[in-house]
Every structure is written in structure tokens, then in C-alpha cells.
Design a protein around this ligand. Structure first.
Ligand SMILES: NC(=O)c1ccc[n+]([C@@H]2O[C@H](COP(=O)([O-])OP(=O)(O)OC[C@H]3O[C@@H](n4cnc5c(N)ncnc54)[C@H](O)[C@@H]3O)[C@@H](O)[C@H]2O)c1
Length: 297
């Protein structure tokens, strides 16, 4: 494995490209949107500067990392000599099926096709390709350069060889890979999202306020961040999409998204990325300020 392609240069794609490039892989970072690619390079540069300031990376390593990344706006050009493609485009089933059809056509025959999807079935994605044995989930956590876990998801047809290649590759990035099977939400989001949904129900039913719910979970359960703050960080639209996958996939009402979450997404209050969710976010400020909507009178 030398040549990696990453599809999508948003929140996750830039972190995945950064991580592979830092560990000396050549990375082609691909997005349909040139401005997303420009923003990704800016973000990667800023994050590398932070590593240099902390003393965990040298200036030469920073330069080498940036030098390992080339950007493309065409999948066809960007994947043609790749050994592994990690897809991290928008969480949308039809979009991912289209991308994997293209990858199957344009990537070399030996290439492994991985998806960073949070919840979409790897088995379903694999079925649109002619190489189901080489399709796998490689679920990195946000922020990718910092978080140690890679949830490695075996689809119905994923081979042992593909799985062990991806487990070893993840270790070469100094990550800890964990192998799981392909069922809705895999492991991470099957457990995390019901907790976040329950925290939103607890607020919706007036049991406690935003600050109180997050404080109980932070101080009582030693979670680094409360579930409502975490939901804002992930994106409330992303949380809603994952809950719908769990609800549809298991047909169990316990996964039904809280109506408050549905309303907040409809109102474009999607968390940190839109400036407001359960908390209010202003550029440059690290203070955690509860949204006016949830302030106690
Ligand atoms: N945000 C998280 O915390 C998180 C965590 C783990 C996994 N994920 C998963 O990672 C994936 C990406 O999520 P994100 O938060 O980075 O999204 P994002 O919206 O930040 O970025 C998605 C990028 O994909 C690009 N894109 C859309 N269609 C494309 C196409 N056809 N070809 C190339 N690029 C295309 C968009 O221009 C955008 O830059 C999703 O599957 C998501 O479920 C997200």
C-alpha cells in the first residue's frame, strides 16, 4: 500500500488525508468542489502548525506531509493508480452508490475500496461493485489525526485478506483498529446515538436543562464532553440521519428520533457548523454558551 485516494475533503476527508500523508503515504485528495479542496489544505496546514507548536512534529515533517498530498476534482484521474480508496463524501446512500460504481470502473483491479460511512450498509455499497470481497468500512473518528479508533466493518462479502490488510494498515497509522460486522450503526453509533437521543428526550420532557444534562454525564460518567455538546459537534443532521438508519434497519421504536431533534434540523440549527444547536458558537470563542432557546427564564 503506497498510493491512497481519499474521496471528499470535508471534516473527515481532510483529517484522513492528513493522517495518511503524515505516515508517508502518497495521498490523492478528491472533491467535486475546488473550494472544499482549498479549505481542506488550509485546515490541514493549520492542524500541522498546531502539531509543530506542540513539538509532536518537526517543520520538515510538516513540509513532507503537505508534499505527500495532491488534490483532484475528478475521481477518474485521482484513483487510477491507487492501492486503496477511502470514501468520505457526504452521508447519502444514492451518492455513495454512484461513487462506488465509479470507483469500481476507474480504480485498479487490485485496489481495496473503503467507506468512512457512519451508518450506511457496507454490504449494500459492495453490491454495486464487481469486487465485494475488496469492499470494507474504515470508520475513522473525528478529529482523525487525534482519535485512536478505527472501526473496521466487514460487509457480508468482505474477505479475510481485505480485513487483515486494513487492520494492519490502520496500525501503521498508529491507530487501534477494531473489527465489527455490518449491521445498522455498526458498534460505535448503535451505542452512541441512542444515548444522544435519550439526552435530547430528557431535555424535551423538561427533566433538566442543557447544562445540567451535560454536567451529569461529564462529572458522573467521566465523559469528556456531555451528549448534547457532542451532538452539536457531530452535527444534528448527521445524528438524525444515523438514528433514521437505526430505526429503519431494526424496525424498533426505541430508535425513533426525538421530535425536538427533528425540529432543530428543520430549523437549520444543526450544531457547531451552523453556529447554533444546543449551544451557541461564535468564531474564536471557546466558551460554552447555552442557546437562547434553552436558557432558563
Ligand atoms: N462528521 C463526523 O463527525 C463523522 C465521523 C465519522 C464518519 N463520518 C462520515 O464521513 C463521511 C463524510 O462526512 P463529513 O462530516 O466529512 O462531511 P462533509 O459534509 O464535511 O464533507 C463531505 C464532502 O464530500 C464532498 N462530496 C460530495 N459529493 C462528492 C462526490 N461525488 N465526489 C467527491 N466529493 C464529494 C463535498 O463537496 C464535501 O466536501 C460521511 O459518510 C459521514 O457519515 C462523519
Amino acid at each position: 500500500m503506497k498510493q491512497i485516494a481519499v474521496i471528499g475533503s470535508g471534516t473527515m476527508g481532510n483529517g484522513i488525508a492528513h493522517t495518511f500523508a503524515q505516515f508517508n503515504y502518497k495521498v490523492n485528495l478528491i472533491d467535486i468542489n475546488q473550494s472544499a479542496l482549498d479549505k481542506a489544505i488550509q485546515t490541514i496546514t493549520k492542524n500541522l502548525d498546531r502539531q509543530v507548536a506542540k513539538g509532536t512534529l518537526t517543520d520538515d515533517q510538516k513540509a513532507a506531509t503537505l508534499n505527500n498530498i495532491t488534490t483532484y476534482t475528478s475521481i477518474k484521474d485521482g484513483v487510477k493508480s491507487s492501492d486503496l480508496i477511502v470514501e468520505a463524501a457526504t452521508e447519502n446512500l444514492d451518492l455513495k452508490l454512484k461513487i462506488f460504481k465509479d470507483l469500481d470502473e476507474y480504480a485498479p483491479e487490485h485496489a481495496i475500496l473503503a467507506s468512512n460511512t457512519s451508518s450506511i450498509s457496507i454490504t449494500q455499497i459492495a453490491a454495486v461493485t464487481g469486487r465485494g470481497d475488496k469492499v470494507i468500512g474504515m470508520h475513522f473518528m473525528n478529529p482523525v489525526p487525534v482519535m485512536k479508533l478505527v472501526e473496521v466493518i466487514r460487509g457480508y462479502a468482505t474477505s479475510d485478506e481485505t480485513t487483515s490488510t486494513i487492520m494492519l494498515l490502520s496500525q501503521s497509522l498508529e491507530k487501534v483498529p477494531v473489527e465489527v460486522n455490518d449491521y445498522p450503526g455498526f458498534v460505535a453509533n448503535r451505542i452512541l446515538m441512542p444515548m444522544i437521543n435519550e439526552a435530547i428526550y430528557t431535555l424535551y420532557e423538561g427533566v433538566a436543562g442543557v447544562h445540567e444534562i451535560d454536567t451529569v454525564m461529564k462529572l458522573g460518567m467521566a465523559h469528556p464532553m456531555g451528549p448534547l455538546q457532542l451532538a452539536d459537534f457531530i452535527g444534528l443532521d448527521v445524528c438524525l440521519a444515523i438514528l433514521k438508519v437505526l430505526h429503519d434497519g431494526f424496525g424498533n421504536p426505541k430508535y425513533a428520533p426525538c421530535p425536538l431533534l427533528v425540529n432543530m434540523v428543520a430549523a437549520e440549527k444543526k450544531g457547531a457548523k451552523t453556529g447554533e444547536g444546543f449551544y451557541k458558537y461564535t468564531a474564536g470563542s471557546k466558551d460554552l454558551i447555552v442557546s437562547d432557546k434553552f436558557k432558563k427564564s
